[in-house]
Design a protein around this ligand. Sequence first.
Ligand SMILES: Nc1ncnc2c1ncn2[C@@H]1O[C@H](COP(=O)(O)OP(=O)(O)O)[C@@H](O)[C@H]1O
Ligand SMILES: [Mg+2]
Length: 351
Amino acid sequence: MTDGYPILAVNHLVAAFDTEAGRVRAVNDVSFSLEAGTILGLVGESGCGKSVTALSIMRLLPRPTGIIESGSIRLNDTDLVKLAPDQMQRIRGRRIGMIFQEPMTALNPVHRIGRQLVEVFALHRPDVDAGQRVQEAVALLSHVGIPEARARMDEYPHQISGGMRQRVMIAMALAGKPDVLIADEPTTALDVTIQAQILELILDLQKETGMAVLFITHALGVIAQICQDVAVMYAGQIVESAPVTALFKDPRHPYTQGLLTSMPRLSSENKSTLPIIQGTVPSLSQLPPGCLGPLFFTGTLGVPIGDGSEKRKAASCGKPKDGFSHPRRCAAKKGGAGACGGRCFANCGTR
Ligand SMILES: Nc1ncnc2c1ncn2[C@@H]1O[C@H](COP(=O)(O)OP(=O)(O)O)[C@@H](O)[C@H]1O
Ligand SMILES: [Mg+2]
């Protein structure tokens, strides 16, 4: 993949919720690693488990229903899953920062922006004294493109625009100078012009600080713009992962292929209709055990693909349903586990 070293390694993560319908695995055996100085895109449609993955890394799953059932989340040599709450508190903000999808969930509506930012400095950067905290807060706000930053410090979140609030949250996420930044759909709520500015900003800051970024989105176009690597998620699992250029040029998994063909393109000849991915994401409480791969080929997961030859290929792979997650790739190379050439992070057992 890239030259960096893995700073964050998620291995066989299973995150679940206890619901009235029983235990639901929202993240089901997810593995990926994030390298220093790179941006990994995590893409997939709404409800596929992207935010639950992010919240698991931050150990912020809603309690008491949300639990990390198994797996590890290693930040360098520390397994975050095993940390006590107070130890995890020291990781949040200082080692891993997070930009949430909806800024108002992270900003306190009754406190001025300046106070909230200064508090972050107080918590994560005790080396900085009170006067300096204010100066650094103003500098950081300017740095993320907030005009008249000194004046903004005295305003409340509701007094500024959505784009500005998102910038404030980016400033807060960066205040502790984290090694890893998780950006969970940071531009979804914004209009396209502001969206482009925020992407540019994250990209600039990432280059400047060398931090690793996990960039979560449902938009492949955004991934193409800023990421080096991409992992595609569907119904709680990563179904394909690859360097961005390889994935766009040669998507292997039928769901990824579906995602790519349903992207609007200026060059499309037929501008009136856009291909759609048929069916709906299955209920997570009714998923069969094991991997989802073979089911894509039968349409059981609501993604009927191809003319049946794919199904035969999958079947010809001859591996047990639980033993692989990329039947097409394995079938194509006739190799089973290990044949995915390093693009499969999941059950096939290779990197
Ligand atoms: N607090 C919760 N209780 C029960 N199920 C939840 C909860 N939060 C999320 N889920 C379920 O987990 C799945 C993944 O959600 P999420 O990670 O938020 O998806 P997304 O990919 O859109 O970020 C969804 O099916 C959702 O219904
Ligand atoms: Mg989400």
